[in-house]
Design a protein. Structure first.
Lengths: 172, 113
């Protein structure tokens, strides 16, 4: 299994994990004992992280298959205990899935950029031709005149990233 | 890749410690011969590794996913992670200011290169 310290050395993976589980979640990953399986209460006690935060992190990690659990039942009380362990190798699968989701959004945005002509107000942002044609090429929000906006640079950047994602190992 | 192979790969990659081949075909609801063919294909593609394993004296194989070299940088523009990760807003990509800002970052990054 990939050591969490190795994963967190990659700034992109660190940013990804921070977005998913926040600072406390990353703290749990760092402090998660490398061997064995643990209940949420064990983990809260061992790491000093609030139990609710531990649970929230574990569920989020489970949704991405970055953590798994084994359920055991106490024969006397009938209580169920969930014993958790990390599965850091699944990070590559999780990132692949998200790259595919991002690709779809970037392709949709590219289509929108290609199909529209844009105008910019220096204060309020960009608008499509249809939005400013009705206002005699004045900003629909502040009334200042708008100027044509050349989106060629944005389209080039979008095109490049789309092709890079399509060439990534996720698409092999 | 065929959907059954994808499902097998997902199971192998996403199970901590790996999956026994003798369990994999049961989980996929296929026969062991078909499972062997799928495993061979995944091995040939260098996506998994296979280690001999004895379970109750019976020889089988433990299957584990190989680490792929996915470049997480593809989710970044400059130092900014794409806003779509873990985003819980209703997604209307034509109206999303967050993605527009991120695409601007992308264009700035490209212009610097």
């Amino acid at each position: 299994m990939t050591a969490i310290s190795d994963l967190l050395e990659d700034p992109s993976i660190r940013a990804y994990l921070l977005r998913l589980i926040g600072e406390e979640g990353v703290d749990l990953l760092v402090k998660f004992p490398p061997e064995g399986e643990f209940s949420d209460e064990d983990l809260a006690a061992k790491t000093g992280i609030n139990l609710n935060s531990v649970r929230h992190t574990l569920y989020t990690l489970y949704e991405k298959r970055l953590a798994g659990y084994r359920r055991i039942k106490n024969a006397e009380t009938g209580w169920l205990t969930y014993l958790w362990q990390l599965n850091t190798d699944a990070i590559y699968h999780a990132i692949c899935e998200d790259l595919q989701m991002v690709l779809e959004k970037l392709e949709n945005r590219k289509k929108y950029e290609e199909e529209n002509d844009f105008y910019i107000c220096k204060t309020c942002g960009t608008f499509t031709f249809n939005e400013v044609a009705d206002t005699n090429f004045q900003c629909p929000l502040c009334g200042n005149p708008v100027e044509h906006f050349n989106n060629e640079t944005l389209l080039k950047a979008l095109d490049l990233r789309i092709s890079q994602i399509k060439q990534s190992p996720c698409y092999e | 890749m065929a959907s059954l192979e994808e499902e097998a790969l997902r199971l192998i990659q996403c199970t901590p410690g790996g999956v026994l081949q003798s369990e994999l075909w049961k989980q996929l609801n296929i026969d062991s011969r078909k499972c062997s063919r799928i495993v061979k294909k995944l091995l040939d593609l260098n996506l998994i590794e296979r280690v001999e394993h004895r379970s109750d004296g019976i020889k089988t194989f433990m299957l584990r996913g190989k680490k792929k070299t996915i470049d997480a940088c593809l989710l970044m523009a400059e130092q900014e992670l794409v806003p779509c990760i873990a985003c819980d807003r209703e997604c209307i990509v034509e109206e999303c200011n967050l993605i527009v800002d991120w695409i601007y970052q992308l264009a700035i990054e490209e212009a610097k290169k």
